[in-house]
Design a protein around this ligand. Structure first.
Ligand code: ZN
Length: 255
């Protein structure tokens, strides 16, 4: 394996990659995405809690403390959005350094917290911005843009709300995998429904309050464990309207 070592935001990054496929594209797109992601999450939430971070090319994405693997197969099949897939996966796994590594949660009962917040921030905030990584992708032949990304997200959210959420009589994000309704994949609540919930919360409360809410959750619970009720308590501090409480009642079991 080769390694690309660089620094961003005072953090030493080691990015390990294999000598297969388009290694230049892999190294450069993932490097720029790591830099963009560290900037985005640090500015929005607060500082990364460690001095070092490592990433390695693998066959799937998975987060660990101070380390992540990303799906590095995407630059080997030569599709036009290969660089974009790598970028999205990298943006997601880097985000877990803030939620999962720094702010901990019960993965079995409340997996919506780290997966939902990071799926929301990576897929519906970070990669919808005109970040530098798009330029790097373009240099390596990708024609994907942040605008294409935004349209894809809008279309997919609309279809999910129309088809899936309507079919469920509730969609409790704080139900454990064991309790989740049989007609639904519990993974969906973490990666799909929780980001939709957060998107609606942002619409209701406005961008400034939403960002302050997320920042407060991070600042209060970094290096601690957070639970759903504590997150909702901070959310209601910023917006306790009936609209927000209706949204919470649809997505959370109030036991
Ligand atoms: Zn994840």
């Amino acid at each position: 394996m080769d390694v690309d070592i660089f620094e961003t935001r005072g953090v030493t990054i080691r990015n390990y990659y294999l000598s297969i496929g388009d290694t230049d594209a892999y190294r450069e797109i993932s490097r720029q995405t790591i830099i963009d992601s560290f900037g985005f999450y640090s500015d929005l939430l607060g500082d990364y809690q460690r001095r070092e971070y490592s990433m390695a090319q693998y066959i799937d994405g998975m987060e660990y403390s101070g380390f992540a693997v990303v799906d590095g197969r995407t630059l080997m099949d030569g599709g036009p959005d290969d660089g974009n897939k790598l970028m999205r996966n990298t943006a997601h796994e880097v985000g877990h350094s803030w939620f999962y590594d720094a702010v901990g949660n019960n993965e079995y009962n409340e997996g919506w917290i780290d997966e939902g917040i990071i799926s929301y921030l990576a897929a519906k905030e970070l990669v919808l911005k005109d970040i530098e990584a798009y330029k790097t992708e373009k240099e390596h032949g990708s024609d994907w843009t942040s605008k294409d990304q935004a349209n894809a997200v809008k279309e997919s959210d609309g279809m999910i709300e129309e088809n899936q959420l309507k079919a469920l009589d509730h969609c409790y994000l704080n139900a454990s995998w064991y309790e989740y309704p049989e007609n639904s994949d519990p993974g969906d609540k973490e990666y799909i429904y929780a980001p939709i919930f957060l998107g609606h919360a942002k619409e209701i409360m406005g961008e400034e309050a939403f960002n302050s809410f997320l920042r407060e959750v991070y600042q209060t619970y970094a290096m601690k464990i957070v639970h759903s009720e504590e997150i909702l308590k901070i959310l209601r501090k910023y917006d306790n309207s009936s609209k927000m409480n209706d949204l919470i009642a649809f997505y959370f079991d109030g036991r």
